[in-house]
Design a binder for this molecule. Structure first.
Ligand code: SF4
Length: 310
């Protein structure tokens, strides 16, 4: 049965096998980042609402479990900023009931952490993965294209307040885009800020897929190495990408590929790692979608990227 607000499980580089819950259903976000993989933000807002009510998401999750689904993590994220869903706390409590014993992670752009309610709800999670790309105001404006009211100072203060209140793990992510936020000024500001935040882990990453703007480019290897060293960042490895090759009938494999591509553009290998299918099966599924004229192909770093025609 098809799911609207559940995706995966996908192999996440930072967490392992993770089932995603989409708390927005549409591109609703407080930012409109030039590198965003889910596409341009359609509703740029800081408004907290039950954009998708908790019961709708939890009903889907119960069905998924009843159909034999299993995962290592449950991650709240989706096609926008999950903390904008005012039902987030209820969703986390429901996940704990429906899939007990599985850690709950939340992805966030940290723009709402200055709000006490958001921090209180986030404290129900096990792992919070905030992103903070730049502490330089003009860089954040140009790269993250935030809604009015979001600036580096608000985000930094929100993060520090959250660190005080949260006993779980914080995995901070810094995404570098060449010419946008790879400046000396930003590196210095982050080098001062990160020890104050004291995250459990820092991930420095760069663009691996086409973003909203074609002008957004990955930084080179030496820049990545320099930043990782300066911020004492985690060194990525490929261990999570191994194993778990599933056998699915061709039609189900095509459905899994279609549903994964509806989230973000991916290469064959990213699809294979994410869905847990052998690359040959992914290629067969892509051919099937191609015959249905449902596929869009775009060249990017690391090979052709596929997405579904809308
Ligand atoms: S914060 Fe995340 S979801 Fe929002 S625009 Fe940026 S990358 Fe996309």
């Amino acid at each position: 049965m098809a799911f609207k607000y559940i995706f995966g499980p996908v192999m996440s580089g930072r967490l392992g096998l993770s089932l995603g819950l989409d708390l927005l259903g549409e591109n609703i976000c407080s930012m409109d980042c030039v590198y965003c993989e889910v596409g341009a933000t359609t509703t740029l807002t800081l408004d907290r609402r039950a954009w998708v009510p908790a019961r709708v998401i939890l009903d889907e999750l119960s069905r998924w479990v009843a159909e034999g689904g299993d995962t290592e993590y449950v991650t709240l994220g989706g096609s926008g900023e999950p903390t904008l869903n005012a039902d987030m706390g209820e969703v986390i409590r429901g996940v704990r009931r429906i899939v007990p014993g599985k850690p709950v992670a939340v992805l966030t752009n940290a723009s709402t952490l200055h709000l006490p309610d958001v921090r209180r709800e986030l404290c129900l999670a096990d792992v919070v993965l905030p992103s903070l790309d730049s502490l330089v105001p003009q860089e954040m404006r140009r790269l993250n294209r935030c809604v009015a009211g979001v600036d580096p100072e608000t985000v930094a203060q929100g993060l520090l307040a959250f660190r005080e209140e949260f006993s779980g793990a914080i995995f901070l992510e810094v995404l570098l885009a060449a010419g946008y936020n790879d400046s000396k000024e930003n590196l210095q500001a982050l080098q001062e800020f990160v020890p104050r935040l004291d995250p459990d882990r820092v991930d420095v990453v760069t663009l691996t897929r086409p973003g909203t703007l074609d002008a957004a480019r990955a930084v080179d290897e030496s820049t990545m190495a320099r930043w990782r060293e300066a911020l004492h960042a985690h060194q990525p490895h490929a261990a999570h990408a191994e194993a778990r090759v599933r056998q699915l009938p061709p039609e189900q494999a095509a459905d899994a590929v279609r549903s994964s591509l509806a989230r973000r553009p991916q290469t064959v290998l990213q699809l294979a790692g994410g869905i847990g299918l052998a690359p040959e099966r992914v290629r067969e599924a892509l051919e099937r979608l191609e015959r249905e004229n449902a596929l869009v192909t775009r060249e990017g770093e690391g090979g052709p990227y596929y997405s579904v025609r809308r």
